[in-house]
Structure formats: C-alpha cells, structure tokens
Write a protein that binds this ligand. Structure first.
Ligand code: 5GP
Ligand code: MN
Ligand code: MN
Length: 333
C-alpha cells in the first residue's frame, strides 16, 4: 500500500483545498462510517472545504442517521465538480461510484481507500488492503499516519463501520487486530450498547411484518452445487409499498436467511425496478460467492457478495445456480 503517497495527497493540500469524499452506492455502515470518520479527521486537521456524498438515491438509511459528521453530507448534485482531492471509500470498482465516477478525471488527485480483494485500483493512489476487515481499518491507520488523534465522533463512525462489516465481531475477519482497534475506539468513551441497538436491533414494526412475509416464502434447494444447499427468498417493490417500508430495511434480511442450517449459500433478491433486482449472497465457506457475483457483473468478498440481476426473481436465482459448481472452494485452496 502506498501510505507515503496517501499522506502526501492530504498534507500537500492548501488550507482552502476542496476535498470531495465519496462512498459506494446504497452505502452500508462501513461506507458511511469510514467516509464520515475520515471527514471528521480532516476537519480536525483544519480543512474546511469538505463535502461527503454518494451516488444514487440520496437517502441515508435510518440506522445511520445518528452518525457524527452527517453535516458533511451533501446530495450528489452538490458535490464539488473539480475538487483538489477526491477520496473514495469502500468501493471495489468505478461502477460502484455511479454518476460520481467522472470525479476520478476532474479531481486533482484521486485516493482510493478499500478492502475488497476484487478492487481494480482505479485511483491515482490506492490504499487497498484485502486483509482488512473493513475499510475503516485502513482509515484508522491513515488518520494515525496523518497525526490525527481519535476523538469520540471519529471513533463512533469507525466503530459503526467495523462492527457492521465484521457482523458484530462474528465473522472470520475478526482478528486480534480488529479487537485491538475496537478497544482503541471504545477508549474514547463511545457507548457500544447504544450504538449496536441503533444499528442492528431497531426496525419499524412494519419491517418486522414485512420480514415475516418474505421469510415465509423462502425456498431451500438441498441439491444445489454438488450437494451444497441453497436457500433464497425475494422481496418486491409491492411488498415494500404494502408494508410502507423503505428499501434499505431489506439489508438485514440476508442475516435472517443465512442462518439456515441446511444451506451453504444464501441469497436474497430485492426488486429495485421493473425486472431489476439487487442481489445479496452469503456463503458459509463451501462456495466463493464473489466468483458468482463477478461472473454476473457484480463483486464483493469471498463469503459476502452481490450483483444486479435482471428478469424475474426465479431467473436471477437460476443464473446463480449455474455458477455455483464453478465457484466451489476446493479443499486446501
Ligand atoms: P450486500 O449483500 O451486503 O449488499 O453486499 C455484500 C458485498 O457484496 C459488499 O461487500 C459489496 O461490496 C458487494 N456488492 C453488493 N452488491 C454489489 C453490486 O451490485 N456490485 C458489486 N460490484 N459489488 C456488490
Ligand atoms: Mn460496503
Ligand atoms: Mn467494507
């Protein structure tokens, strides 16, 4: 990783330098938390012309509306057209930047902070650590190298990012270094109980009922992928309308599906438009779902990946099914 170049990109900015922070479309906790935490760090360094944004619908999911640094957020239409520095968070490829992708050309310098193994190194300077549990791990190190101390605001952002991408410190990526970082964040006085309840354990009653309906139509296919089970369900725009819910409430649905004991691979197909679906996949280890996702035009991590599917929900699952055998992880590989 090119730490010296990344530090220089920030240190060389004039005091009135314009910095545009960008994260991936449909931002999750790591994307928003890493972006806002770093933005707060740059503000502490004295930079004042800072804007943060993301492509696509400008709505911040309700669980993240208490994040510190939200005042940095502007709609994508108000992003700097030609910033001195653009910094991209948690985006594996340019396609995840939607209509903001042109900033890679118009910005003086493009800095990419990420942790996806599939990252295409699309910036001028790329800090990509595929071994990092979250982009926020890269952010914490860069802040330290810039001499910015953690405060409670920065720490809360980075804690949200770290705890969401590690599944509340449950996934394999939860190394001693991850817990050590969580320790440094908690030492600033932030309250993990309050944060976790807000992020993971709060949803509207309508979403509880919606989950009940969508989970009741889940299918288990025991014979998929050479004996490795596949469990899947889908949610339509009509489901959202009938329960008066926003699309982001469905982000947590995969966690209720992937617990299925009989399945190695789980999948949730979420309608985003006519014949268009956002697909979430998870694996318990037998299958590399990022290979399935890349084959279908998306990306992600070995055990958590996604793509945009077309046709009916059954068509989308069919397209996954034919990829599964080729994505089996061979023992010892
Ligand atoms: P989730 O299922 O939580 O939306 O996404 C899981 C992982 O898959 C994330 O790391 C995300 O980067 C990746 N991912 C999800 N959807 C897409 C997509 O449409 N395109 C790409 N390139 N990656 C995706
Ligand atoms: Mn993300
Ligand atoms: Mn991430």
């Amino acid at each position: 990783a090119d730490w010296a170049a990344a530090v220089a990109a920030v240190e060389d900015l004039p005091p009135d330098g314009r910095v545009q922070l960008i994260c991936h479309v449909n931002p999750d906790g790591d994307a928003l938390g890493s972006m806002l935490g770093f933005g707060l760090g740059l503000r502490r360094r004295g930079l004042r012309r800072l804007r943060a944004t993301f492509p696509g619908p400008p709505e911040v999911p309700e669980p993240f509306r208490g994040l510190p640094g939200l005042d940095l957020l502007v709609p994508a239409t108000e992003a700097y057209a030609d910033p001195d520095l653009v910094i991209c968070f948690d985006a594996a490829s340019e396609s995840r930047l939607g209509e903001l992708v042109d900033r890679l050309e118009t910005a003086g310098t493009a800095l990419v902070l990420d942790h996806h193994a599939s990252n295409t190194r699309f910036g001028h300077v790329n800090l990509v650590d595929p071994h990092a549990a979250a982009t926020s791990v890269v952010v914490e190190e860069l802040l330290a190298r810039l001499g910015v101390p953690l405060d409670a605001g920065i720490a809360e952002c980075l804690y949200v990012a770290l705890s969401t991408d590690t599944g509340s410190f449950r996934f394999e990526a939860t190394t001693p270094a991850v817990h050590a970082m969580a320790g440094r964040l908690l030492a600033t006085g932030i309250r993990p109980g309050d944060i976790s309840r807000r992020i993971f354990d709060t949803r509207p009653f309508g979403a509880v009922r919606l989950f009940g309906e969508v989970l009741s139509r889940a299918r288990l296919e025991p014979a998929a992928a050479g004996g490795h089970g596949l469990v899947w369900t889908y949610a339509t725009l009509d489901d959202l309308t009938r329960h008066d819910q926003r699309p982001y409430v469905l982000e947590a649905l995969i966690d209720s599906v992937r617990c299925t004991a009989e399945a190695d691979v789980s999948c949730v197909v979420k309608q985003t438009g006519p014949g268009e679906w956002a697909v979430s996949m998870r694996s318990k280890g037998a299958v590399d779902v990022s290979r399935v996702a890349v084959a279908l035009g998306g990306g992600g991590h070995r055990f958590a990946a996604g793509f945009t599917g077309l046709g009916t929900a059954a068509d989308v699952v069919g397209s996954i099914r034919v990829q599964l055998d080729g994505a089996l992880i061979t023992p010892g590989a």
